[in-house]
Design a protein. Structure first.
Length: 104
């Protein structure tokens, strides 16, 4: 089975850090932050094999660009697949409550 290399954008790294910081410092729930961070990492690592299993984003422009999404609790992981380079590029990790179309 083909294995893909995972690349995480600087924006996605910042997204994770901001989400975790918010949960720890604003919501005062360190355990929830740790558990969510673990879930993000597990889901992202699973993209090494068969990243096509997750749906394309249904918004027209993003669909045409090949954006895919994974929902993890109240967040959406957006990514692109490059078959040429055998990579999965994690673009952003955003709250499902935000206007994510404008942020991508």
């Amino acid at each position: 089975m083909k294995e893909y290399r995972i690349l995480i954008s600087k924006k996605a790294e910042n997204d994770i850090n901001n989400i975790i910081d918010y949960i720890v410092f604003e919501l005062k729930n360190k355990n929830a932050a740790i558990n969510l961070n673990i879930k993000f990492k597990e889901v992202i690592l699973l993209l090494k094999e068969m990243p096509q299993r997750h749906p394309l984003v249904q918004e027209n422009y993003l669909y045409k660009q090949g954006y895919r999404k994974i929902i993890v609790e109240n967040f959406i992981i957006f990514y692109l697949i490059s078959e040429v380079n055998n990579t999965v590029n994690i673009i952003r990790i955003l709250s499902n409550r935000r206007n994510w179309i404008e942020l991508l």
